[in-house]
Design a protein around this ligand. Structure first.
Ligand code: ZN
Length: 171
């Protein structure tokens, strides 16, 4: 923030808090010295946030702390986004496949396509259980399990026995 921005900020703050210092030259020099790397819009948001929760006069340190928190949150978000991107790029590993099978087995919990991190694991899981025969309904590898009358299963993607065999085969 520059002097004009600090003066504007103090003027705005004084509307809600008469104890805010007057923007005389010494005050401006001090505040600008402390807040020179804080963007004006962030400082404005910091002051608004401060007076929502405090009846004490806002100090430069409150604004710096707010700015720090915003940057830390942004860095965390970026870090998490990178981790997610890396998880998607990485070729599926056995643990992901097993997780995927466990997830597929919990058919009620499936929300297909909603979670991109798991969508890929589910595809792998499907590949894994289709690779083995089903000892329950005698479906051959590559063919889906069938229920009574040869109808496709509706409550789960494959029989428990087949999922268990697929799970064992990825260990
Ligand atoms: Zn089956």
């Amino acid at each position: 923030m520059n002097r004009a921005e600090v003066a504007t900020l103090l003027g705005a703050a004084s509307a809600v808090d008469p104890k805010v210092p007057h923007p005389d030259p010494d005050v401006l020099t001090m505040w600008v010295g402390i807040l020179d790397d804080v963007p004006a819009d962030v400082a404005g948001a910091a002051v608004r946030a401060h007076y929502r929760h405090n009846d004490e006069t806002v100090m430069p340190a409150d604004i710096v702390e707010y700015w720090r928190t915003i940057r830390r949150d942004a860095a965390e978000r970026e870090h998490n986004a990178q981790l997610r991107a890396r998880a998607i790029e990485r070729p599926p590993n056995l643990r992901a496949i097993r997780d995927g099978i466990a997830r597929v087995a919990a058919a009620l919990a499936i929300t297909r396509g909603v979670d991109p991190e798991y969508a890929e694991a589910e595809v792998e899981a499907r590949r894994a259980y289709l690779a083995v025969a089903c000892t329950w309904c005698k479906a051959r590898p590559g063919s889906p399990c069938t229920g009574p009358g040869g109808k496709p299963l509706t409550k789960q993607p494959a029989h428990d026995a087949r999922l268990a065999d697929a799970l064992a085969s990825t260990r």
